[in-house]
Design a protein around this ligand. Structure first.
Ligand code: TYM
Length: 327
């Protein structure tokens, strides 16, 4: 069975961009692939964070993933720092990764602008740790949002560089994109993101979600109700594509283009479909929050079995590198 790896940072509230750009397809892909999913806590410390909150956010993020449908029955789920071989492999990958490649990463440039007071080495090295996350399990496929494609390309390059010098150990992983790989913020400006106040939280209550949707930016060229709109330029339509059925999408597309439905009508349909999908997720999250021992067990077992796999890869890597290692 082909293997998948992907990860999410425990940096804040999980939002619908994370859900429809990544997590929703993580769940769907479990039917066809051998899937490994990870809460990447060591990535989260590359920016300023609240020390007392990190462990809670890590557990909360795992709870959301499980509430969305991931479980030990369909995947391995664990916390990155519980398998320390990831960071060990990242060090080795550092030695084959050109600094110039890291300097040109869009996310590094963006985050350096956002966190001017703390442009640390970890921020620049972030994609190398990401490559190690994926390659330590020899995963061939990585379901992510569009913003991560550049990092997956770097992983391919790291694998290529390593293999050509030290032996053919790693596959070159490919990104898998969802139908909605780039969700903009509700203000329509940049990407929906945990660090900006422009997101709809996955577990937010219905009233708040409706208020955010109601005021969210649509096709900016559709100024008056009678103006025809263009769904291709509308962030709300992109979100619809993840939550609404095909027949409804065709109706909305047509109604928007000939102005027979307005943006508010369109948002009401989206709201109804979103609530239908998100309410059960919220309920499952509530009950998992009451049973954190179970969640901890899942993460512990996930880490134990991933660690076995990671250790095997590290044995091959050390042999390839010519490292003296006591047997
Ligand atoms: P993170 O936590 O920033 O994002 C988690 C996933 O959500 C996707 N995403 C979006 N998709 C569509 N529209 C948006 N507005 C949006 N915002 C976020 C991201 O693309 C991502 O798939 N670097 C990774 C974490 C990571 C990782 C890995 C991923 C660490 N190691 C190895 C894959 C493989 C990240 O962006 O996390």
């Amino acid at each position: 069975m082909k293997r998948i790896f992907s990860g999410i940072q425990p940096t804040g509230e999980v939002h619908i961009g994370n859900y429809i750009g990544a997590i929703k397809q993580w769940v769907e892909l479990t039917a066809e692939y051998d899937c490994i999913y990870c809460v990447v806590d060591y990535h989260a410390i590359t920016i300023e964070y609240e020390i007392s909150e990190l462990r809670h956010k890590t557990l909360d993020t795992a709870i959301i993933l499980m509430a969305c449908g991931l479980s030990p029955d369909n995947c391995k789920l664990f916390v990155q720092s519980h398998v320390p071989e990831h960071t060990e492999l990242a060090w080795i990958f550092n030695c084959v990764t050109p600094i110039g490649e890291l300097e040109r990463m869009t996310q590094f440039k963006d985050k350096s602008r956002q966190h001017r007071a703390n442009i640390n080495m970890g921020l620049m090295d972030y994609p190398v740790l990401q490559a190690a996350d994926i390659l330590i399990y020899k995963a061939g496929f990585v379901p992510v949002g569009e913003d991560q494609v550049q990092h997956i390309e770097l992983s391919r390059e790291v694998a290529r560089k390593f293999n050509s010098r030290f032996g053919d150990i790693f596959p070159e992983p490919q990104a898998i994109l969802s139908l909605a790989p780039r969700i903009l913020g509700i203000d329509g400006s940049g990407k929906m993101s945990k660090s900006m106040n422009n997101y709809i939280g996955l577990l937010e209550n219905g009233d708040i979600i409706w208020e955010k949707l109601r005021t969210a930016v649509t096709d900016v060229n559709r100024v008056r109700r009678k103006d025809p709109g263009n769904p291709e330029l509308c962030n709300i339509y992109t979100i619809h594509r993840a939550f609404s059925k095909d027949e409804e999408l065709i109706e909305i597309d047509k109604g928007c283009r000939n102005a027979s439905i307005g943006c508010i009508d369109c948002k009401k349909i989206l709201y109804r479909n979103m609530m239908e999908e998100l309410s059960p997720i919220r309920e499952r999250a509530e009950s998992l929050k009451k049973d954190t021992d179970y969640v901890r067990d899942v993460l512990k077992n996930g880490a134990a079995s991933c660690r076995e796999m990671a250790k095997k890869t590290m044995d091959e890597v050390r042999a390839g590198l010519g490292i003296y290692y006591p047997v």
